[in-house]
Write a protein that binds this ligand. Structure first.
Ligand code: ASP
Length: 533
């Protein structure tokens, strides 16, 4: 009899003779067994090159069933047909499948490489509290009622942000932590209510130091887990450049089709829609075979996004499309289109750039053939504040602890929207992998920023007070581990790299959460539900 025996490392074929070991007949799928025997080479012709242990097998002389398994609710194989809901409900079985097992081990290797690298650079790992004060950093807090102090709450840390700054004030200079971050955000397909960062903070540094450190960390990770070399330094773009060239603050450099300004090309034409802040366009290669229907759909989409629509021309024998009539000899020369290429233009404010950025991404991604390379880049100099579309209020673009750029300090008292922050994002293949900033170590500046954002400085006294005690200049960054592992492993879902993830609707199907609690527990906490509930 042959049995496929699986452990953490692989599957091994074992060979048992039921005549001498009758227990073999009773072994069922997913049972836990102990086998002892002699490892031997498989006879020629019986080798299986699809298994890493395919050249050998174990000839068993002792076999014991340690524990029986019920019939699993789905077949535990690499390729499963079972729904993700069912697999999440029985996650411990799902984790027995090779792709997930491999992903967990891969994740461990990535995190080990991060730690190795930072330890070698004399960083020290310090843990900070999960149970903290409600100090929203951008998302909603998860609140934890206190039993001992009725009507009072703890909050789960959204990140170690303030604590790591306090560690700098305490003089630790170089800190890191594999940190869990808990944020009560609206569910989205690529978001988890809790995620893990490699949280980093340093004193006496500038942007260049952070970039160099993180570039070195990725060189080390890629070399040690994938044996790949990457080129450093990573290209750098300001936020404004990234928007103008790619229509995105997390551009995917693999896609080509860079945005260009066509404002000067059509300047002489009296075409009202092109009298705008931006007239930008991308050239869609003929090979993409973009249909008329697609262009019509884009036009509708653009209108829904608050733009006037899209304008396009295609070059065949003649120019066709909505702006064909604008194209004279001089313009044709400047456009320099090749046969079958389509020039797609959008006009308006920065929304026009973002719209083109989305089109570029949709079209470009569907054309990527070789998905192996990693294109890292930095985006920096983001606006410090932006206007929140729903509330109309000023909100920090990254977080409120970011220091304004020196040359924009002049706007600090008067025009907050003009201030650029010393903030930077690390981007890879269109994904934001890390975000960080140089912080405010001067109390007055930090207080001013709280005021603009309508945040109560009284809630943040723990940080503000500390800044008064000789706080060193400092800054940091926090690469997101889940996303990094997902991208390096070439996987599509964050849930594939998290041992016990929540669903896209923030439920834990394994735990059955969120769940009600007993009336006694509520009473102890002094909680009563009213109104809708
Ligand atoms: N605490 C920040 C975040 O979680 C990262 C940082 O600025 O270091 O996004």
């Amino acid at each position: 009899m042959f049995i496929d025996l699986r452990d953490r490392s692989a599957v091994l074929q074992i060979v048992v003779d039921p005549k001498s070991i009758p227990a073999a007949i009773r072994v069922g799928l997913q049972d836990c067994i102990r086998a002892h025997g002699t490892l031997r080479e498989r006879p020629e012709g019986q080798r299986n090159n699809k298994m890493i242990t395919g050249d050998v097998e174990l000839e068993v002389d002792e076999l014991e069933i340690l524990n029986r398994s019920k019939v699993p609710p789905f077949v535990v194989e690499s390729e499963v047909k079972a729904s993700e809901e069912l697999r999440l409900r029985y996650r411990y079985l799902d984790l027995r499948r090779e792709p997930l097992r491999k992903a967990m081990i891969f994740r461990h290797r990535v995190v080990s490489a991060m730690r190795e690298y930072l330890n070698a650079k004399e960083f020290i790992e310090i843990e900070t509290p999960i149970l903290t004060r409600s100090m929203p950093e951008g998302a909603r807090d998860y609140l934890v009622p206190s039993r001992i102090y009725p009507k009072k709450f703890y909050a789960l840390a959204q990140s170690p942000q303030m604590y790591k700054q306090l560690l700098m004030v305490a003089g630790f200079e170089r800190y890191y932590q594999v940190a869990r971050c808990l944020r009560d955000e609206n569910p989205r397909h690529d978001r988890q209510p809790e995620h893990t960062q490699i949280d980093i903070e340093m004193s006496f540094i500038s942007e260049d130091d952070v970039f160099k450190l993180i570039e070195g960390m990725f060189v080390h990770i890629l070399k040690s887990v994938l044996d790949q070399n990457i080129k450093t330094p990573f290209p750098r773009f300001t936020y404004a450049q990234a928007m103008e060239k790619y229509g995105s603050d997390k551009p995917d450099l693999r896609l080509g089709m860079e945005l260009r300004s066509y404002i000067d090309v059509f300047k002489e034409k009296d075409f009202v829609p092109f009298k705008a802040e931006y007239v930008s366009g991308i050239i869609i290669p003929g090979a993409y075979n973009v249909s008329r229907k697609y262009l019509d759909e884009l036009n509708e989409k653009a209108k829904k996004a608050g733009l006037a629509g899209v304008y396009w021309t295609r070059k065949d024998e003649k120019y066709s499309g909505s702006i064909a009539k604008l194209i004279d000899e001089s313009i044709a020369k400047q456009l320099n289109l090749r046969a079958k290429e389509i020039l797609l233009l959008v006009s308006g404010n920065t929304k026009a750039l973002a719209f083109l950025g989305e089109v570029r991404k949709d079209l470009g991604r569907s054309q990527i053939k070789d998905d192996k390379g990693f294109n890292f880049l930095w985006v920096q100099d983001f606006p410090l504040f932006e206007i929140d579309e729903t509330s109309g209020k000023l909100i920090p673009c990254h977080h409120i602890f970011t220091m304004p750029k020196q040359e924009d300090m002049q706007y600090l008292e008067t025009e907050p929207l003009k201030i650029r922050g010393r903030q930077y994002d690390l981007v890879c293949n269109g994904n934001e992998l890390a975000s960080g900033s140089i912080r405010n170590h001067i109390r007055l500046i930090q207080e001013k920023l709280f005021e603009y954002a309508g945040m109560d400085p009284g809630k943040y006294t723990m940080l503000l007070d500390a800044l008064d005690f000789g706080a060193p200049p400092h800054g940091g960054i926090a690469p997101g581990i889940d996303r990094i592992v997902m991208i390096l492993a070439g996987l599509q879902s964050l849930r594939d790299v998290i041992a016990f993830p929540k669903t896209t609707t923030a439920q834990g199907l394994l735990e059955g959460i969120p769940d009600e609690v007993s009336p006694e527990q509520l009473k102890e906490l002094g909680i009563k539900f009213e109104g809708l509930i």
